[in-house]
Design a protein around this ligand. Structure first.
Ligand code: HEC
Length: 153
């Protein structure tokens, strides 16, 4: 193949999204993926904490609540590629091996985070405290369910 034909083929492949799934993995080492995962988890906590006070009725719903819920949903979207198999056994990680042994269960737990945090972002916009409280609990449950099964104590 000539150089320009190769280039055209590569551009076509990229446009088709064929290279997209491995992009994050190719750029980051397993140790970096673990750091990214742990950092994203802490970022989730940072947005989830203040929303907890609202859910408990200790703080008013505000524009900040809407933003926190949106941030949480967006951070959740960055998590799945950080659970790539090559991160199994990286030192300093509390991810259990079961993540890669029970892929069906793990995918369900990961999917439920995406679904419940997206719903929370939607509900937050309505500024209805009762609906927010219910959906906050569903999202918290998604965190807990995965931690109980797939995170070392
Ligand atoms: C699909 C599974 C899963 C879901 C859902 C999940 N977590 Fe995690 N979480 C983990 C795993 C696994 C670890 C350990 C990561 C590691 O050490 O490699 C972790 C670690 C953490 C940590 C510790 C990070 C550190 O290293 O300091 C916090 C905080 C955390 N999660 C918060 C949350 C919050 C808040 C939610 C929900 C909004 C959530 N997680 C949802 C699997 C999950």
């Amino acid at each position: 193949m000539s150089r320009s034909v190769k280039l055209i083929a590569l551009v076509a492949l990229c446009a088709a999204g064929a290279l997209a799934p491995s992009a994050a993995k190719a750029q980051l080492k397993p140790e970096e993926l673990v750091k990214m995962r742990q950092g994203l988890m802490v970022a989730q906590k940072s947005q989830f904490g203040p929303m907890g006070a609202v859910a408990k009725g200790e703080a008013q719903m505000s524009d900040a609540t809407v933003m926190q819920a949106q941030n949480l949903a967006n951070v959740a979207k960055l998590l799945p590629p950080t659970f790539s198999q090559e991160t199994s056994g990286v030192s300093g990680s509390k991810a259990k091996k079961e993540i890669w042994q029970k892929q069906d269960e793990f995918k369900k737990a990961a999917e439920s985070l995406l679904v419940e945090t997206a719903k929370l972002a939607e509900v937050a916009q309505k500024k209805d405290p009762a609906a927010f409280k219910t959906q906050y609990a569903a999202a918290a449950n998604a965190c807990k369910n995965c931690h109980d099964q797939f995170r070392e104590k």
